[in-house]
Ligand binder design. Structure first.
Ligand SMILES: Nc1nc2c(c(=O)[nH]1)N[C@H]1C(S)=C(S)[C@@H](COP(=O)(O)OP(=O)(O)OC[C@H]3O[C@@H](n4cnc5c(=O)[nH]c(N)nc54)[C@H](O)[C@@H]3O)O[C@H]1N2
Ligand SMILES: Nc1nc2c(c(=O)[nH]1)N[C@H]1C(S)=C(S)[C@@H](COP(=O)(O)OP(=O)(O)OC[C@H]3O[C@@H](n4cnc5c(=O)[nH]c(N)nc54)[C@H](O)[C@@H]3O)O[C@H]1N2
Ligand SMILES: [Mo]
Length: 674
């Protein structure tokens, strides 16, 4: 019997970026395990990846294996198998006639983070840039408001702390992130092995919040007021670093003048956080070098950009920047730190005429307009599960005259609406380079298997489509070897890709990378801009505002739908073990709300608002705040009895910055069924 073990890395959109070992025997994958040499996952995969990678990702029957053409109504998932040549010729000819008739910008593509391995994630951008197609700004469904906010403040939203700097910290403030789901290894190791005190700010008592030294539990959407309340207490404690503020902060005095009004009592009224908890949180944060991790969920609010700007003042006012154990984190652009030119990989230099950029929040409405968009390509994304405003988006995607191409590994709800479905190879089926966006590491994605059926990596699909369209730009045809060599050369770790494969992953530096050590902030003034003229130019207030959303009216619930422990966005929702493990869709509500609505644990209910309605089973959560409901994202409507998921009640409403999503601002009513 010939057995072998291949080392690779997980390319999912996750803070952990784990190392993987694949055991093979007689040419078949027998097991997918964690890589014991990986510093983050330390030999274990998270529960969801362990199940799905050994489950549905190994099931060839569950995969899309051949190109297919629609034979039934849109959404009916009736297809016939066709050859790659037929599929590509049909797409090329349709695109050519759209370009003739309406211009390339009438072709819209949407994509996100199905895989984050650099080439599969970025290279297709070359095709669309060269074509001059329009694009749905991917970040508008996830984190665009935060990007704008951090850029206004610090001039950069992708340069956070190096997690290893925690060894010098006295406090870690985790604000609106839930590592117990979204970064399970950080939850298990990083946050437990530190001597720093852990403070978690979350309306929900997550496992991370429960394990913390202090759980601060504000009402959703009140975090900016909470930030001002914390600053009031930090000022009272003498924790403001006046020398730092004078040298490096613009507008510190302006905000300091606003703080007198933000007393603990005021904060309590605005946020529901008791004064003693507020004080304790300020004391812990003030105790020494402190880290602030602001989660992406924190800004999925109508005023999410302001929330981020407000929270982002803490490190500035207390001088928690540019020294060991201090800093903030939103995301780390690790490939950029390594010198990898992501823009070039994505073909930013190939733009001849720029298509339109639209927000996810407009997708349903704009796609409904037959004059604006005539062709639609979805790759690396499953919007008919992940996007808010599902009913409207589905209506638009039923347009007979909207030529739709979907590229995925699995038969998703979105694929069911395609005219042409193209099968994507999985991360186990081609070489690539992976990266962490929390931990500063790069890794090798190593080919383990031949692609299932006739599936192909994203990059190969778009090379072939470029060929079918008779494009001649050489950058559209660069092969994987050339691209990987170029990545390795830009990075320059001192070894080649085969060596990266052998090592699995590599941390960019041996010890924690210092951030902002030169106090050079890429803002107009070169300082941290609490007061920002750029903000004013965007029509935003000059300084962050102590805003708090009002509590929901009686009988209403604020519905939060954050990351599930068992799914990665909407991926893995089709794994049979995960379906069994998670059971039917549930919504958690407080004991008080249940009593008022005369609902008992386990009861079937309908959640509804002007956008839509969904049915779920109630779970009463004793730790939940009145007026808050929680149901985890990522279930596929097509696999539900009701044919719906939470995104049928979330409206595509823009936040205050970045045309970004505000899903966590959704209010619903509850009705008992049965
Ligand atoms: N209600 C609610 N909705 C949300 C959120 C929320 O908090 N609440 N969160 C939002 C956030 S943060 C995000 S990032 C978005 C994510 O939304 P999406 O980007 O739509 O993520 P997924 O639904 O997981 O879809 C990724 C798809 O890519 C496919 N895929 C995997 N690997 C490959 C590959 O190599 N090639 C191709 N072509 N496809 C591949 C997977 O099978 C999967 O179907 O969802 C958003 N939706
Ligand atoms: N298991 C798993 N891991 C994932 C993902 C997944 O779907 N599943 N998705 C990946 C992606 S694309 C992303 S963007 C990240 C997201 O991961 P995170 O950044 O951790 O964000 P979420 O999980 O959406 O939400 C985190 C917490 O924010 C809280 N929250 C909601 N509203 C508010 C508020 O108003 N104030 C405060 N203080 N907290 C609030 C929620 O209760 C939740 O516990 O995770 C990534 N990792
Ligand atoms: Mo995300």
């Amino acid at each position: 019997m010939t057995t072998s073990t291949i080392r690779t890395n997980c390319p999912r959109d996750c803070y952990d970026s784990c190392g993987i070992l694949v055991e093979r025997s007689e040419g078949e994958v027998v097991r997918i395990l964690g890589d014991p040499d990986h510093p983050i996952s330390r030999g274990r995969l998270c529960s969801k990846c362990a199940i799905a990678y050994n489950g549905v990702w190994q099931d060839a029957d569950a995969r899309l294996r051949y190109p297919m053409r629609r034979t039934g109504a849109k959404g009916s998932a009736q297809f016939e198998r066709i050859s790659w040549d037929e599929a590509l010729a049909e797409i090329a000819s349709k695109f050519a006639s759209v370009v003739d008739e309406a211009g390339a910008q009438a072709i819209l593509h949407t994509h996100y983070s199905g895989t984050l391995s650099l080439i599969a994630y970025l290279f297709p951008g070359r095709f669309f840039h060269h074509l001059g197609a329009s694009e749905v700004d991917p970040d508008t469904i996830c984190n665009a408001a935060g990007h704008v906010a951090w850029s206004l403040l610090y001039g950069n939203s992708g340069m956070g702390f190096d997690p290893r700097t925690i060894k010098d910290s006295e406090c870690v403030l985790v604000w609106g992130a839930n590592p117990s789901h979204s970064a399970p290894h950080a939850h298990e190791h990083w946050l437990t092995e530190t001597t720093a005190k852990v403070v978690v700010v979350d309306p929900v008592r997550t496992e991370t919040a429960a394990a913390a030294d202090l759980h601060v539990q504000p009402r959703p959407g009140t975090d900016a007021a909470l930030a001002f309340g914390l600053l009031n207490q930090l000022q009272a404690l003498g924790a403001f670093d006046q020398a730092f503020i004078e040298q490096h902060v613009a507008g510190g005095d302006e905000v300091a003048g606003m703080l007198d009004a933000c007393t603990p009592q005021w904060t309590y009224e605005k946020t529901g956080v008791p004064p003693d908890v507020l004080r304790k949180a300020a004391e812990l944060y003030a105790a020494g070098p402190a880290l602030l991790w602001c989660g992406q969920a924190l800004q999925r609010q109508a005023t999410g950009g302001n929330v981020m700007r407000a929270a982002g003042m803490l490190p500035a006012m207390t001088g928690n920047i540019g020294k060991p154990g201090a800093g903030f984190y939103y995301l780390n652009y690790t490939p950029a730190f390594a010198g990898i030119d992501m823009g070039k990989l994505a073909g930013a230099d190939l733009i001849r005429s720029r298509g339109k950029t639209i927000s996810h929040m407009e997708l349903g409405a704009r796609l409904a307009d037959a004059d604006e968009f005539k062709a639609f390509v979805v790759w690396n994304s499953n919007p008919l599960s992940s996007a808010p405003g599902q009913s409207r988006l589905r209506e638009a995607m039923r347009r007979e005259d909207l030529f739709t191409v979907v590229v995925d590994c699995f038969a998703t709800d979105t694929a069911a609406f395609a005219d042409i479905v193209l099968p994507a190879a999985s991360f186990l089926e081609f070489d690539d380079v992976t990266f962490g966006y929390f931990h500063l590491l790069l890794g090798a994605q190593s080919k383990v298997n031949e692609p299932v059926g006739e599936s192909l990596p994203n990059q190969e699909i778009f090379r072939r489509l470029a060929h079918a369209m008779k494009f001649s730009e050489p950058a559209l045809f660069e092969d994987d070897r050339t691209l990987i060599d170029e990545i390795m050369q830009q990075w320059g770790p001192g070894f080649d890709f085969p060596e990266l494969k052998a090592r699995g992953h590599v941390l960019l530096t041996d010890s924690a990378m210092p951030m902002y050590e030169d106090f050079n902030f890429d803002t107009p003034s070169g300082k941290i801009e609490i007061a920002s003229m750029q903000a004013e130019e965007l029509g935003l207030p000059r300084v962050p505002q102590p805003h708090a959303d009002a509590p929901v009216a009686n009988g209403k619930l604020r519905l939060l739908t954050p990351a599930s422990k068992w799914r990665l966005n909407d991926s893995y929702a089709n794994d049979p073990h995960i379906i069994k493990q998670t059971g039917p869709a549930t919504v958690s509500i407080s004991r008080e709300d249940a009593a008022e609505a005369r609902i008992v644990d386990g009861q079937r209910v309908r959640l509804f608002n002007a956008t839509g309605s969904i049915e779920m089973n109630v779970r009463i959560d004793e730790t939940l705040l009145k007026g808050t409901a929680v149901s985890y994202k990522g279930r596929w409507p097509g696999l539900e009895k009701s044919g719906t998921n939470v995104n049928f009640v979330h409206a595509p409403v823009k936040a205050d910055m970045g045309d970004s999503t505000s899903v966590h601002g959704t209010e619903v009513s509850l009705q008992a069924l049965e």
